[in-house]
Design a protein. Structure first.
Length: 487
């Protein structure tokens, strides 16, 4: 069920109507809200495809029993010898059982699951489930004895499709409390949801039209280097606006219901190092990888060579989580190498005193280059895209020559492979420019906080202006699924 759809609108209005009536039921209010939330989550997930439901139920069951086993007295030891080996074997078996569906769909031969669609949100709720198991093992949280708590945690519908990945220590306590209607939560949630709608439908989907056209495998070799470069830059913004849009919508829906789902993006393309980029990009995944992969490997508390190994291993896991092809392995390895180089050259980087804008631009170029392997359907296409960049010097010469013969507009259309109306490209660029300007304006303080400080008339004028922008740039000709719903 897509967030921006008539079906979701009806579903959500009906759900929250009953959800916020529950507090009037006295001592049974919390129990009623929890049951309503579980039913809503089940309906939301089943709406995608009933065939997906068994995998969700399997994850809930494994998560619950893993916690019970880990928290039981008979397995509550971590000593040496036979008992220690036995405990670790059981723990790893539980982790493997939780990972089994994900490993099957992502890495088993396709003939094994031919005709079976990849279950919605499998990667996300599996990692969410694993975080619970790991935290129970480390005694960071208490084991939940009520399977309803685990079912609500794993299936929480706003985030089940594409995150943000939740931690049990944050979400489960919220699931046990009563949520009354709060005007501030409702309005802020709606505003964040609207911001996500703008990023998805006015920016990401508009850019996707051009990116898909330029990156088409059958015509990739004939594309100019300038067109390929522009498509690469556009894709960097497309995937950011697409994925962060879902997070904004999920966080907004959660906040409307009284839940804090955390922040998942924090202006990643304003980062001044690749390490800084990962502190701002897909924060719920990057912190998951840090806490459950990087730190257990030794983190930064070991010798320098081992630190480099830990960084590479962590980002290879990130690449493999996204997909089983060499493209994703290379994408993860590139970010690992970038991190290692960044760590080795940290002193020189700081002493260089390069302006903020220059450092951010360098990081953006590195990240955008790595996105080529993420976007290209196969390794040969990725290499063809990179090869096209070698054409850029000659393309510039040809562009100036074409301007003299056919005029600026036609020369630009030919050089950038602009398909269709020229104004379509202008609208894409203007929508992207608006997004960039608003992002820069909210670099130090969130837009919600900025708007709150303004007078009533300024706030309402800004709402009307945003509504006009949303209607004007809404891309009705091309609507795609969220990119990360494929992972």
């Amino acid at each position: 069920m897509q967030f921006v759809s008539f079906a979701f609108a009806i579903f959500f209005v009906v759900f929250v109507s009953f959800y916020y009536l529950a507090p009037r039921c006295g001592k049974n209010a919390i129990a009623l809200q929890r049951i309503l939330l579980l039913l809503a989550s089940a309906c939301f997930y089943a709406f995608a495809d009933l065939k997906f439901v068994p995998f969700l139920l399997y994850s809930i069951a494994v998560t619950y029993f893993a916690g019970i086993i880990i928290g039981s007295d008979s397995f509550n030891f971590d000593g040496g010898g036979y008992k220690g080996v036995q405990y670790r074997a059981v723990f790893f078996a539980l982790v493997a059982a939780d990972l089994l569906p994900l490993l099957f769909f992502k890495y088993a031969p396709k003939t094994w699951h031919s005709g079976i669609i990849f279950p919605l949100g499998l990667s996300f709720f599996t990692f969410q489930s694993l975080s619970y198991i790991f935290d129970c093992r480390a005694k960071k949280i208490q084991v939940e004895k009520n399977i309803l708590d685990i079912a609500l945690f794993v299936s929480f519908f706003p985030v089940i499709s594409s995150g943000p990945i939740q931690r049990a220590g944050n979400l489960i306590p919220q699931l046990k409390t009563l949520h009354k209607f709060d005007y501030d939560n409702a309005t802020c949630g709606m505003k964040q949801f609207a911001w996500g709608v703008f990023k998805k439908f006015c920016v990401a989907d508009a850019l996707a039209v051009y990116v898909d056209f330029v990156y088409a495998s059958e015509s990739l070799a004939s594309r100019t280097g300038l067109a390929t470069l522009l498509a690469t830059i556009f894709y960097a913004f497309q995937i950011y606006c697409d994925f962060s849009a879902y997070s904004d919508m999920a966080i907004g829906v959660s906040r409307f219901m009284g839940f804090d789902a955390g922040k998942n993006f924090d202006h990643p393309y304003l980062a001044t190092s690749v390490g800084d980029f990962w502190r701002r990009w897909h924060i719920s995944l990057s912190t998951w990888l840090r806490d459950y992969i990087y730190i257990p490997l030794g983190g930064s508390r070991v010798a320098l060579a081992r630190i480099y190994f830990n960084l590479l291993a962590t980002f290879l896991v990130s690449g493999i989580w996204h997909g089983s092809t060499w493209n994703f392995v290379i994408w993860g390895a590139l970010h690992g190498v970038f991190q290692c180089i960044g760590r080795a050259s940290k002193g020189l980087w700081e002493k260089s005193r390069l302006p903020y804008f220059v450092r951010a631009t360098i990081v953006f170029c590195l990240v955008a280059f790595a996105w080529i392997f993420f976007r290209a359907p196969n390794l040969s296409d990725a290499l063809a895209i990179i090869k096209n960049f070698g054409k850029i010097p000659q393309d510039i010469v040809n562009l100036f020559a074409a301007v003299k013969s056919v005029g600026l507009k036609d020369a630009v259309k030919a050089s950038l492979a602009i398909d269709g109306g020229f104004m379509g490209m202008v609208n894409r660029c203007v929508a992207l420019l608006i997004f960039v300007c608003l992002s820069l304006a909210t670099r130090k303080q969130s837009g919600l906080k900025i708007v709150k400080t303004k007078s009533t008339i300024v706030r309402w004028l800004s709402y009307y202006a945003f509504a006009i922008i949303l209607i004007w740039f809404y891309n009705t000709g091309f609507v795609s699924n969220f990119i990360y719903s494929n992972f």
